[in-house]
Design a protein around this ligand. Structure first.
Ligand SMILES: [Zn+2]
Length: 398
């Protein structure tokens, strides 16, 4: 396999370029990338370089991230569609389906999902895994055994908040997650239908004690009375958490009068927000026979203004929660650009589906025939360039 020591003619997004990068007209100058063993070095294009991969203005992004998926449920829509619109009906359909979740069934579905994600250029996939009792489910183990040389997989234990009401149960769950090794996180489903402040405190304390990061399904609803984010923001003020906290969904912020104060507090606490535009558009404000009036999305722009780290995730793919989906972050981004009215897709919004650190570790995705005006709708063909080696779809004229 050929290893390139660098690449010329890379069109990088503006958000990734250093300040004062030279412009050519209204476009940033193309870049030459030098792949060193200790990282990537970047310079304005210096003309042809022997042995370097010529990219000729191809669009280049850091390897992509899928920060929020549900591999245990994926590809079950055919046998278990939801009987009604909305989140709670989808949860009911999932409970119907899980009698089919044998090792063979789980392996088949999760491997397909992983393959689709890797084909899309995903280098880090975080999946939530539902727990149905305080014992780790089979899917936790099956997904824990999955490996791919081009993709790291993280698992989040997704348990309803009620499982943490008893501190001993909270400890028991956290102990199993901690014993699962790196890439295992503690999570929870926190909703006004199961709100319990003491249980959330137990969850936080168990995570802290076992040095686990958190990723919470929190306030995935448009109920102004949702308490999760408000409680978390206030509690972290007095009980700082040493790990990383990620809050997924947080749709209720779009309805709450004190939402900006909540965000101000969370901005001080290194909390990351994940918006899930596809499923939030589909599952929020969902009433049979009535056109939805609300978008159901969290306050992405207000979070950005406050410097809160933010990502977009796919959430459910081809299950009772969402019948569509592709594990392609470009589809999520397209949905987000429109529904959240984000800025330029490539030059600004693309930072919501990847992170600069992958790029500086010489791991990127190349869109060889793309231009910034058409991306991500047309010219979606791509390949991965990792440590100077090309993977995936080969093209003659990179
Ligand atoms: Zn989810």
């Amino acid at each position: 396999m050929k290893t390139y020591p660098g690449a010329t003619g890379a069109r990088l997004p503006r958000w990734l370029l250093p300040d004062h990068w030279p412009m050519q007209g209204d476009q940033p100058q193309l870049a030459t990338l030098h792949f060193h063993s200790d990282g990537l070095q970047l310079a304005p294009d210096e003309g042809p370089h022997a042995d370097y991969l010529p990219l000729n203005g191809a669009l280049v992004l850091p390897a992509l991230i899928e920060p929020h998926a549900h591999l245990d449920k994926t590809f079950t829509i055919q046998r278990s569609p939801a009987q009604q619109p909305g989140l709670l009906a989808a949860i009911a359909a999932m409970h119907q389906d899980r009698m089919h979740w044998s090792r063979e069934d789980l392996e088949k579905r999760t491997q397909q999902a992983l393959l689709w994600a890797v084909e899309s250029g995903v280098s880090l996939l975080r999946t939530h895994v539902d727990w149905f009792t305080t014992e780790a489910p089979l899917a936790w183990q099956v997904i824990g055994e999955m490996q791919h040389p081009l993709c790291c997989i993280e698992r989040v234990a997704l348990a309803p908040l009620s499982f943490f009401a008893n501190p001993d149960d909270a400890q028991h769950i956290a102990t199993q997650v901690a014993a699962s090794g790196p890439g295992a996180l503690l999570g929870g489903f926190i909703h006004s239908s199961n709100w319990d402040a003491q249980a959330l405190l137990n969850l936080l304390q168990a995570a802290e004690q076992h040095q686990l990061d958190l990723d919470l399904h929190i306030d995935e609803e448009l109920n102004t009375e949702a308490q999760g984010m408000r409680w978390l923001a206030n509690t972290l003020q007095h009980h700082p958490f040493s790990g990383q906290i990620t809050c997924s969904h947080s749709c209720a912020l779009s309805q709450q009068e004190d939402a900006l104060e909540i965000l101000d507090l969370l901005a001080q606490q290194r909390v990351t927000l994940i918006a899930l535009p596809l499923t939030n558009l589909l599952l929020q404000d969902a009433v049979p026979g009535r056109t939805p009036r609300q978008r159901g999305l969290t306050l992405v722009k207000e979070a950005q203004t406050r410097g809160i780290p933010l990502l977009l995730g796919a959430d459910n793919v081809q299950d009772a929660f969402c019948p569509l989906g592709s594990y392609d972050p470009l589809d999520t981004l397209f949905s987000g650009v429109l529904s959240l009215q984000l800025g330029a897709a490539f030059d600004e919004a693309s930072q919501l589906i990847c992170r600069a650190d992958a790029f500086y570790r010489n791991d990127m995705v190349i869109f060889p025939h793309a231009d910034t005006a058409s991306w991500p709708l047309r010219q979606r063909q791509r390949y991965r360039l990792k440590q100077g080696v090309r993977y995936g779809e080969a093209t003659n004229d990179a």
